[in-house]
Design a protein around this ligand. Structure first.
Ligand SMILES: *Cc1c(COP(=O)(O)O)cnc(C)c1O
Length: 353
């Protein structure tokens, strides 16, 4: 098989999922396993299911279409585009929403497809990505949509730590649960799903049970076992489920500062360099089209990533104890953005071991 290659350790992934699902269940919550980071790959999604997730969730309907044969409730978490509603109703059981007009269209399409589609309403509690900002508007829209045919209002959700980087607090969850109670009263319904967020909410775990949250939506915590708000490794998890292998195409001794007047690099930035003299530089056949250099870490800790462009990764291997040769493979541990990009890139071979 050809390089570059991303290798996923299925045993480690399963063990991560089991540990995190167990942690959530101990606290009275179930888990929506978020599949977008691996583009809805069915083989990896089946590990989520084996590990005990209650739902599969994704932002892109194309990914849920890949998962259509799994007998599990599927959620589309990105607010639907009006142009994709037919597929949303066909391939997702539940969608997250913040626009009454769109919900109306979902209702009409559900009636046409003879389905009952679940609606989760989104509230924005300060991160300023998606969701109603005005609670009263959410409640009055809710009162109206419960009358629509073909849909059922099943939940309320908030998303944090995405656009604004706002770290969810206990009071965030209290506001969410409080609003859910008001919504239930106003509409005279009971909600199944009260979902206070993504992996960044996990650090509040010990305090969540008493608050009445039902569902965590987790991607990063399942694949890497990390909890972004505190950058903590969750108990019973590992962070090296995804490993990247890249092949060396050139090794040369070169100066550490480019020669000539420095203008813009391939991505329009003006780079700066520290003069460390002549260094042993390695080029691997992989680039920013396939990975993100800030979220990949050489397993050989004595290698440094110098940078690169769309298709070339430049490393400094001067201090390494390993005598690398052209054709050898350099391995990297990956974090979220690099996993997302490598799984998306058609130039990266995917291997599940
Ligand atoms: C991506 C996403 C998640 C999962 O985020 P992680 O940080 O990977 O846990 C949860 N909710 C929404 C709305 C998302 O878009």
């Amino acid at each position: 098989m050809s390089y570059p290659k991303i290798k996923v350790n299925k045993k480690k992934l399963k063990s991560n999922v089991e540990s995190v699902v167990g942690l959530c269940e101990e606290n009275g919550m179930n888990v929506a396993g978020v599949t977008k980071v691996f583009c809805g790959n069915p083989e990896l999604a089946s590990i989520y299911i084996d590990g005990g997730v209650e739902y599969l969730a994704d932002s892109r309907i194309q990914n849920l279409i890949k998962l259509k044969n799994f007998d599990i409730t599927k959620m589309i978490m990105r607010i639907p585009m009006q142009s994709e509603i037919e597929d949303i109703v066909r391939y997702a059981d539940i969608s997250f929403n913040s626009e009454k007009e769109t919900i109306k269209m979902i209702s009409e399409e559900s009636v046409k497809q003879e389905k009952i589609h679940g609606i989760v309403m989104m509230i924005d509690l300060g991160d300023l990505r998606e969701g109603y900002f005005n609670e009263e508007e959410l409640l009055s829209d809710a009162e109206e949509i419960v009358k629509y045919e073909g849909i059922k209002l099943v939940g309320l959700a908030v998303n944090m730590a995405c656009f604004g980087g706002v770290i969810p607090k206990e009071s965030t969850i209290e506001r969410l649960v409080n609003l859910s109670e008001r919504l239930e009263k106003r509409c005279n319904i009971e909600l199944d799903i009260i979902s206070g967020g993504n992996s960044a909410t996990l650090y509040l775990m010990d305090n969540l049970k008493s608050h009445g949250m039902t569902t965590m939506r987790l991607g990063e915590a399942l694949i890497l076992g990390t909890e972004p708000s505190c950058e903590k490794q969750l108990p019973g998890t590992v962070n090296d489920t995804f490993i990247l292998e890249a092949e060396i195409i050139e090794i040369k001794e070169k100066p550490s500062v480019p020669i000539g007047k420095i203008g813009k690099d391939a991505f329009g930035n003006i780079p700066s360099f520290e003069d460390k003299g002549i260094r042993k530089r390695i080029i691997c056949g992989i680039g920013k089209q396939d990975v993100d250099y800030d979220t990949m870490f050489p397993i050989d800790g004595k290698i440094n990533i110098l940078g690169g462009s769309s298709d070339h990764l430049v490393l400094d291997a001067t201090d390494s104890d390993i005598d690398y040769k052209v054709g050898d493979i350099v391995t990297f541990r990956l974090e979220y953005v690099s996993i997302l990009r490598a799984m998306t890139s058609e130039y990266v071979t995917k291997e599940f071991i």
